[in-house]
Design a protein. Structure first.
Length: 240
């Protein structure tokens, strides 16, 4: 994303962003809340093993509690929480997607409130589809790993990248949306560019874990990266 940072600085994109003060303030507020939630989940996960059972019933209860905490923390780190954050911050993603394409094409694309609303609805649809597909994959992996007796940690590791792929797809879909491509065609395009989608989603998923700063900068630079890549490789021309 270093080239995205250079693009951001060269074109002074922060100036236009801070003209919409309500967007900037909302982004900061959401980032703080998301970071607080993530820190609480991780802290709960790390401290769950210090409980000292006093009898057999206590051991069972604590084991169930630990498993619940671990599962909840894994979900927060690798799954649906990032999808929810992207839905909330879609207004930021869409804004920088539009501004990036304006600069690359030299054509002004006026942003109206209706445009933000349409982008928000589409992001919800895209991420719901992604979440359902990831959930199906998780079930299949659970069955497969159960047959071969593989540890749950391996499944969690694989699922991190599954969720990450759909995070990357969500960013690329903003580019495809600007060219009036359907959600289905957008999915086909990201499958053609599986590697780029996975890398963008993985880097974004990791950066989102950085408290406060991550949820602020990730949507901005991931949106710029997706649209610069999309424009360079003409993703909108892959599917007619």
């Amino acid at each position: 994303m270093m080239s995205s940072y250079s693009f951001f600085m060269k074109n002074k994109l922060w100036k236009g962003f801070f003209k919409h003060k309500w967007i900037a303030l909302a982004t900061i507020g959401i980032s703080i809340l998301f970071s607080y939630w993530m820190i609480c989940d991780v802290a709960s996960f790390l401290t769950s093993s210090v409980d000292i059972p006093i009898n057999d019933a206590g051991i069972i209860a604590d084991q169930m509690s630990d498993e619940s905490k671990k599962e909840h923390a894994q979900t927060a780190i690798s799954g649906g929480s990032k999808y929810l954050l992207l839905i909330i911050l879609e207004i930021v993603i869409f804004y920088f997607s539009v501004k990036t394409i304006e600069i690359l094409t030299g054509k002004e694309q006026p942003i109206r409130m209706s445009s933000f609303w349409q982008a928000e609805i589409r992001m919800i649809k895209v991420l719901i589809r992604g979440f359902v597909q990831a959930f199906v994959i998780q079930i299949l992996l659970s069955i497969l790993f159960g047959i071969f007796g593989m540890p749950d940690g391996v499944k969690g590791f694989v699922m991190f990248f599954v969720y990450a792929f759909f995070v990357g797809h969500a960013f690329f879909d903003n580019y495809n949306e600007l060219y009036k491509l359907s959600i289905k065609k957008s999915e086909i395009i990201t499958q053609y560019h599986f590697g780029a989608t996975l890398v963008l989603g993985t880097v974004s998923s990791v950066l989102l874990l950085i408290p406060i700063i991550g949820p602020i900068v990730t949507p901005i630079f991931a949106a710029i990266t997706a649209n610069v890549y999309g424009y360079r490789y003409k993703l909108n021309e892959i599917v007619e």
